[in-house]
Design a binder for this molecule. Structure first.
Ligand code: NAD
Length: 528
């Protein structure tokens, strides 16, 4: 552990310094909570014009957003470096390298999600009727994001919201206001403002501004963040009876079986445990390794992780990961590591602060157990806790013994066995020999169980947040329906024949046809 003086949580106002260097950043202004409803109103004015565009035109502009992100990669990488301390190469590879393909594929997903659905109706049971269900934009979608991926977290919700014909109001984290504002400006520039409105609205500030956004008239809320904030958001949305998607924390487990490809597994686990300094909702924070290979696995993982360098400058090639984004997050990481060590864990590598800012060395802990804070609670930092287990059965049971359930993985050469174990992981996405990568695939539902929340990001299954369903039902049948009022002496016989037909009686079916004619005739006479 470092013997540097302990950093008090939050010595600087949120979003005021580069977390790697503590260099001050330009001031930013929060939106007064009482001004938030006005931003929603401006978005509402812009929405009908956007929804009236041909879908192909909305798609064209969204694909252009991906291209513009790529063209301006240096600009946004620098901004991400300043607000998160992430080395530009790392944020490029993780957030930007996939953006052109992501936008194109999000468009393909939207076509399926938004296509009208013809309801199959039997002409015998429902003569002359047809029904089609359409996806209708909800109106204005509020999107509240955390600081860990200030661009990517918005993209997964804002793109489908716009493709579906909605306006959006974005609320970036108070820790990364400038990256959020940059993205909102880019989206507005490409998608258009929408007359005197603002198709892509922006409000800035902390939870009070987020709460004002929900209260301020949005028609749907998509929230990504912590469990404690997510609970408040879900309650506020319930109060307004608007749809609400909450994507919350994680404590992902990886299970390493004795027959795995050790080299690839070690690299894969280092990648998905430490990428973005572990500030990933789907970071591998717990590794359950079979006793048979535990020593070899831990020794190799320690060797790889000990080589990783934490950024103290924006020079590419000189670092692999950034610091923690803020002092409070650093304090959590230090507490988890200290608690684990005092409970008997061994520091294989790392375990100390690094650099002038909120940097923490990439860390591997051996001999952890499920009762340690570092295994039970979300750490959200560059720490991989390894738990030795006798076999896969114990590993699955321990992996599922968690408040969270976002992603999980099994690492093995036996793909059939891996797949069968993956089915038993209580998570939204379970992998064999990979982890977290589905977060960059707009086709795959990103969702979880328990305190990870009920939200779904990505895929056609997420569209409940962006569209309501409206069915158009057309009846060109000429006769009145036999069950309409007024009833008469034949109504009872008709009902009995109907019951008999449903139970498969041919005699009742023939009788029904006779009663049907008579009922229709009687109804017509009743109307004369
Ligand atoms: P946070 O909950 O503190 O803040 C998230 C956002 O919510 C911020 O914009 C914040 O200002 C806003 N907010 C806070 N209180 C609010 C309220 N009462 N009403 C409305 N808005 C409110 O979370 P964080 O620290 O920024 O982010 C880290 C958390 O996000 C971690 O737990 C991580 O696992 C989670 N996360 C989850 C996913 C996922 O897909 N499941 C993705 C990324 C991050």
């Amino acid at each position: 552990m470092s013997d540097a003086a302990p950093l008090a949580a939050g010595p600087f106002a949120a979003g005021s310094v580069n977390p790697a260097t503590l260099a001050p950043l330009p001031a930013w202004s929060p939106t007064p909570p009482e001004a938030v409803a006005g931003v929603v109103t401006a978005a509402r004015r812009a929405q009908p014009g956007w929804a009236a565009l041909a879908p192909s035109e909305r798609e064209r502009r969204i694909i252009r957003v991906g291209q513009a992100l790529m063209e301006r990669r240096a600009e946004i990488s620098n901004l991400l470096w300043s607000e998160t301390g992430r080395p530009p190469l790392e944020s490029f590879m993780a957030d930007l390298a996939v953006c052109v393909g992501y936008c194109k594929r999000a468009v393909a997903v939207s076509r399926k999600a938004l296509a009208p659905e013809k309801v199959p109706l039997s002409s015998l049971e429902f003569p002359g009727k047809r029904a089609t269900t359409y996806a209708v934009p909800r109106g204005v979608v509020g999107v509240i994001a955390p600081w860990n991926y200030p661009v990517a977290n918005f993209m997964k919700s804002v793109l489908p919201a716009l493709l579906a014909g909605n306006a959006v109001v974005m609320k970036p984290s108070e820790h990364t206001p400038r990256s959020g504002a940059w993205l909102a400006a880019l989206l507005s520039e490409i998608c258009g403002q929408g007359g005197d409105g603002a198709l892509v609205g922006l409000v800035q500030g902390d939870g009070r501004v987020g709460a004002a956004l929900i209260a301020g008239g949005v028609d749907s809320i998509v929230f990504t963040g912590s469990v404690s904030s997510g609970r408040k958001v879900a309650l506020a949305a319930a109060e307004r009876l608007i749809p609400c998607s909450v994507e919350l924390g994680g404590k992902d487990a990886a299970i390493v079986l004795a027959d795995c490809d050790l080299d690839r597994t070690v690299l894969g686990i280092a990648q998905w445990g430490l990428h973005n300094a572990g500030q990933n909702c789907a970071a591998i924070e717990r590794v359950y390794v079979e006793d048979a290979i535990a020593d070899a696995f831990i020794e190799k993982l320690g060797r790889v992780v000990a080589r990783l360098r934490v950024a103290t400058s924006d020079k590419d090639g000189e670092s692999d990961l950034g610091p923690l984004q803020n002092a409070a997050q650093l304090a959590i990481v230090e507490r988890h590591v200290t608690d684990a060590v005092s409970a008997g864990a061994r520091v294989v590598c790392g375990g100390a602060r690094v650099g002038p800012g909120y940097g923490f060395q990439a860390t591997v802990l051996d001999r952890c157990s499920n009762d340690m804070t570092v295994v039970a609670e979300e750490t959200f930092g560059p720490v991989i806790a390894v738990i030795r287990v006798p076999d896969a059965e114990r590993a699955v049971a321990a992996a599922n013994d968690s408040r969270y359930g976002l992603n999980g993985s099994v690492w093995t050469r036996d793909l059939a066995r891996g797949e069968s174990l993956a089915h038993r992981l209580e998570v939204g996405v379970a992998y064999v020999n990979n982890h977290a990568v589905a977060g960059t695939m707009p086709e795959i539902p990103w969702t979880g169980v328990r305190e990870t929340g009920t939200g779904i990001a990505q895929s056609r299954h997420a569209y409940g947040s962006y569209v309501r369903r409206q069915t158009i039902f057309i009846d060109r049948h000429k006769d009145p329906e036999p069950y309409w009022m007024p009833s008469d002496g034949r109504s009872r016989a008709f009902a009995e024949a109907l019951a008999g037909m449903q139970l498969g009686s041919l005699k009742s079916t023939v009788a029904l046809l006779g009663h049907l004619k008579a009922r229709v005739k009687a109804l017509r006479e009743a109307a004369r």
